[in-house]
Design a binder for this molecule. Structure first.
Ligand code: DQA
Length: 143
């Protein structure tokens, strides 16, 4: 099973960015841990700060992956184009967030992408990604 982890803007700065909210671990470091946790699955990771690159990545994912665990970061709250791309690709996408967006500012309570995703996991720190992968594997195994 091929799984893509797709991260949106500013998540390249994990480890140094707002550490009280997002923690002190870089995503590159965490990604190595994730690969060790799921040795029998092929995990790839892509991050971009550019909306169009994320959309292109979603389109290309159709031909390569069985599902996506996606943190669209701030685009979660703003991007109709990413929502439409998820709806267009016919792949299961699990929406994840490191922080509990519902405990934060009101503008973070709205997700434009959730309706195109299978489900949402938020508030478990970087462990949200592991939980997202578990959910995806279960969905694909049950198919
Ligand atoms: C985030 C929450 C978003 O509101 C924010 O813009 C992010 C990260 C999270 O993982 O908690 O960049 O998606």
């Amino acid at each position: 099973m091929n799984i893509l982890i797709l991260n949106g803007p500013n998540l390249n700065l994990l480890g140094t960015r707002e550490k009280t909210i997002y923690g002190a671990e870089s995503f590159d470091h965490y990604f190595e841990e994730l690969k060790l946790l799921f040795p029998s699955f092929a995990l790839d990771y892509f991050q971009s700060n550019i909306e169009g690159e994320i959309i292109n990545c979603l389109h290309e994912a159709r031909f390569k992956y069985d599902g996506i665990v996606m943190n669209a970061a701030a685009y979660t709250h703003t991007s109709v184009a990413i929502r439409d791309a998820i709806a267009a690709i016919n792949l299961p996408v699990i929406e994840v967030h490191i922080s509990n967006v519902h405990k934060r500012e009101a503008f973070r309570h709205v997700s434009l992408i959730s309706a195109s995703c299978i489900g949402v996991i938020a508030g478990f720190g970087l462990d949200s990604y592991r939980l997202g992968i578990e959910a995806l594997i279960k969905i694909k195994t049950d198919e």
